[in-house]
Design a protein around this ligand. Structure first.
Ligand code: PLP
Length: 301
């Protein structure tokens, strides 16, 4: 889309928030010595936007506060204010279906490894991106393929840090192999999670399995919502490790993230179940959609 065709109305995703200001993307930037940029000294969050509303906002803010705490930082502003800024950015971008990204870095300081004793003012940036709703629903309908890759990340994957290089390399390998996601496998041969999603399998009895929470995986907000909703719906869940071999024998598999529950139809070229999204995955998709819609409606009131 050219600038001229905007008709004075910015398309979604063009207004960013940087340290107290709402700016067009082209004018938004951070200091060249920002520790997030130079050292990856930063954490982030991603919230889904559905019908113009932020989904699971409280849970994302809880995780943000935790990630910050784990690297010795505090929230850059009161939660209530942060939430107002997030909503205002969604509004200014006129986003209906999309994602809000929020990064907090330790701020700009002379480049040095030790965290400054007098910490600089943290940098807070937010961007909004519209998602292709048709492509998203096609993925949800048809499912995706995954490959497995060694988990080469650091030892604190429970912190949502912007240091994503190992995740990016794994995701790129997946795309090159014609798959959508890479499931990461630890040194003992067990799946940890996807490069940007949590990993799930379903056995012949319809029971769900996903890896237990630890330093080795990100505590996914969607994972948490699914665990709660599935328990309420009397679905059985095991939170334990599983191998790619067990996954390839599973009846069904899926991934979860802020963009929802997506069926997995093949792992490393091996068809899962019938090679089509299965009934338990469909049920989890419904439970998740129902739970998120109810939460968003509550927020809108
Ligand atoms: N695991 C990793 C490594 C991720 O990066 C993400 C999301 O970005 C997830 C899992 C899913 O988390 P959530 O459900 O909070 O989006």
């Amino acid at each position: 889309m050219t600038r001229k065709s905007w008709n004075g109305r910015a398309p979604a995703g063009r207004i960013a928030y940087v340290d107290g200001r709402y700016l067009p993307h082209a004018q938004a930037g951070v200091h060249i010595e920002d520790r997030g940029l130079q050292l990856g000294d930063a954490v982030y969050e991603v919230c889904a936007i559905s019908d113009g509303l932020l989904l699971d906002e409280e849970e994302h803010l809880d995780r943000l506060e935790r990630s910050l705490g784990e690297i010795g930082m505090a929230m850059p502003m009161a939660r209530r204010v942060l939430s107002l800024v997030m909503r205002e950015l969604v509004r200014r971008n006129r986003a209906r279906t999309g994602l809000l990204y929020l990064q907090i870095t330790r701020g700009a300081a002379r480049r040095d490894h030790p965290i400054p004793q007098e910490p600089p003012r943290p940098t807070l940036i937010m961007t909004v991106r519209e998602l292709d709703a048709a492509a998203l629903s096609q993925r949800h309908e048809e499912g995706i393929k995954v490959i497995t890759r060694p988990d080469e990340r650091w030892a604190r994957c429970d912190i949502k840090t912007t240091q994503l290089l190992a995740n990016l390399l794994a995701k790129t390998a997946a795309r090159k192999a014609g798959a959508y996601e890479a499931w990461l496998v630890d040194d003992d041969g067990f799946v940890t999670e996807g490069s940007s999603t949590n990993a799930w399998i379903v056995d012949a009895e319809g029971r769900l399995t996903t890896r237990q929470l630890s330093h080795e995986i990100l505590p996914g907000v969607t994972r948490r919502v699914i665990v709660a909703a599935a328990a309420e719906a009397q679905l059985r869940i095991f939170e334990r490790k599983f191998t790619p071999e067990e996954a390839s024998r599973a009846r069904e598999a899926f991934i979860s993230s802020a963009t929802g529950v997506v069926p997995v139809t093949a792992i490393d070229g091996v068809r899962i179940g019938e090679g089509e999204p299965g009934p338990v995955t469909r049920r989890v998709q419904q439970l998740y959609a129902h739970r998120s819609a109810a939460a968003a409606a509550k927020l809108a009131r």
